[in-house]
Design a protein around this ligand. Structure first.
Ligand SMILES: CC1=C(/C=C/C(C)=C/C=C/C(C)=C/C=O)C(C)(C)CCC1
Ligand SMILES: [Fe+2]
Length: 526
């Protein structure tokens, strides 16, 4: 067990042909590109947290019935500095590093007396983002790194904060129907205010400005003031519907004073996050056309969430599905010292991930009585009018024990049926993947002994008419010695195996990724 999490993984930058069993659909052509931590020790130094590990990109290329695997470490400035020094010299989420200030490019970050916000890492290990025909590795700081989706080479570093005033940004952007990126980031104590910014990165630039990057055309769509100047909420994702942005201001907050003094106090960034269980969770809805926030105050009890699943509008309500926890034990669970051999016995989640549906009436009868439930849809979710005019929401539970949710993105923002996710029950490592029908709550599973599947990605078949017409792809790491990992291809409708592509390498457990259809890759090379 220990090795699966802690052992540094080798990179395999040259394509390795996988052994394919079963029948892959002929239309499945393109690249599954994924990201996650692959290196946890450098020289004699060790990262403390699994989310600190150096980003290792890997890909499966589907070409005429064959599958090729590659992997390559992201050559971030962080990676290069660490490797050159042969020790950890750049701080990550769970590890504070003390570099020799003369030796590395992050030195200015540590002149903490003049900088309130430290300079963060560009170890973009969480996700992959598509911007026009380009691809970027993403994390939650102000940096993203362009990559070549075919060779996995590392290209330019982009600093969001050069274009819009954000210090942090999510690794889960959304895309509108024109392919423009919509993302959110936090602007900390800028001009005396702390706010959450929704920003847009256009998918292309005007012809006459072809030399300029899309980032030069980035714009702030709207800003939501933080309830607290020095304690903005932490968030890992947000939701969109056809007309609204759904932003959840949870009482899991980043303490800016702690963040600014972490280095001198010798503590990590993670310790600057705290869950305030006595506070409420606030919902914000921004009208995408008017760019104005809905003025009604909507709230629910304290909770912690990382992943939004999907959101849509129905009869004047916004319906949104998320995976929520009762506390922040999830981040604590991924400290590497806890992920030891006996972790399955010792490391039980104290709060199980719960798939919750909130139904929020945006258009409701303003004369409704205090105490009345304003939800008019058939659901057990409620939204009750309070004395002070605010609306207190309680969810319908869709299911328990799933994480890393994905949907058919053609249904993002629309009424939908299916979620594909990993099953995590009481331990942080998934043992199965699941397909949940959010309308009937029926669940299909795939699982095999000693198999740890990654986030399942849905790929629609060409001309698909139904939401689940296509395949689901998941990388499976096998914990049994002498058994090789594989890429599993399931029929999305039946959740039955169509085939698998086995590669004889030591594969890392990863986080998120994208499937890039062959046509999009061709556009990129043109
Ligand atoms: C470095 C750094 C951060 C990094 C956070 C990371 C790396 C989060 C990863 C989350 C994942 C993988 C969640 C999965 O559900 C913060 C706290 C934003 C702010 C301070 C600097
Ligand atoms: Fe995530």
């Amino acid at each position: 067990m220990e090795t699966i999490f802690n052992r540094n993984k080798e990179e395999h930058p040259e394509p390795i042909r996988a052994e394919v069993q079963g029948q892959l659909p002929t239309w499945l052509q393109g690249v599954l590109l994924r990201n996650g931590p692959g290196m946890h020790t450098i020289g004699d130094t060790k990262y403390s947290h699994w989310f600190d590990g150096l980003a290792l990109l890997h890909s499966f290329t589907f070409k005429n019935g064959e599958v090729y695997y590659r992997s390559k470490y992201l050559r971030s400035d962080t990676y290069n500095c660490n490797i050159e020094a042969n020790r950890i010299v750049v701080s990550e989420f769970g590890t504070m590093a003390y570099p020799d200030p003369c030796k590395n490019i992050f030195a200015k970050a540590f002149s903490y007396l003049s900088h309130t916000i430290p300079e963060f890492t560009d170890n973009c290990l969480i996700n992959i983002m598509k911007s026009g025909d380009d691809y970027y590795a993403t994390s939650e700081t102000n940096f993203i790194r362009k990559i070549d989706p075919q060779t996995l080479e590392t290209l330019e570093k982009v600093d969001y904060s050069k274009y819009v005033a954000v210090n942090l940004a999510t690794s889960h952007p959304h895309y509108d129907s024109a392919g423009n990126i919509l993302n959110m980031g936090t602007s900390i104590v800028d001009k005396g205010k702390t706010k959450y910014l929704l920003f847009k990165i256009p998918s292309s630039v005007p012809e006459k400005e072809k030399k300029k990057s899309c980032f030069k055309h980035m714009e702030v769509v709207c800003s939501i003031p933080s309830r607290s100047l020095l304690q903005p909420s932490y968030y890992h994702s947000f939701g969109i519907t056809e007309n609204y942005i759904v932003f959840i201001e949870q009482p899991f907050k980043l303490d800016i004073v702690k963040l600014a003094t972490a280095y001198i106090r010798g503590v990590n960034w993670a310790s600057c996050l705290a869950f305030h269980k006595e506070d409420k969770t606030w919902f914000h809805f921004v009208d995408r056309k008017t760019k104005k926030e809905i003025s009604t105050k909507f709230c629910t009890d304290a909770m912690v969430l990382y992943h939004h699943i999907n959101a849509y509008e129905e009869d004047g309500h916004v319906v949104f599905d998320i995976i929520a926890y009762k506390d922040n034990s999830l981040y604590d669970m991924f400290y590497l010292k806890k992920l030891n051999k006996d972790f399955e016995e010792n490391n039980k989640l104290t709060s199980i991930p719960t798939c919750k549906r909130f139904v929020v009436p945006l258009q409701y009868d303003k004369d409704a009585e205090v105490g009345s439930n304003l939800v008019k849809l058939p659901t057990s979710a409620t939204a009750v009018k309070e004395k002070d005019g605010s609306i207190y929401c309680q969810p319908e539970i869709l299911c328990e024990g799933i994480e890393l949710p994905r949907v058919n993105y053609d249904y993002n923002g629309k009424k939908y049926k299916y979620v594909y996710a990993t099953e995590v029950q009481w331990s942080p490592v998934p043992t199965k993947i699941a397909k949940l029908n959010v309308q009937t709550k029926e669940i299909l599973h795939w699982g095999e002994e000693h198999c740890w599947p990654s986030e399942p990605i849905f790929v629609p078949s060409p001309g698909a008419r139904e939401e689940d017409e296509g395949v689901v792809l998941t990388c499976v790491v096998v914990s049994e010695p002498n058994k090789a990992p594989f890429l599993l291809i399931l029929d999305a409708k039946t959740f039955k195996e169509l085939g698998r592509a086995t590669v004889n390498v030591e594969m890392h457990l990863d986080l998120h990724g994208v499937f890039i259809p062959q046509n999009d890759l061709e556009a990129e090379t043109e």
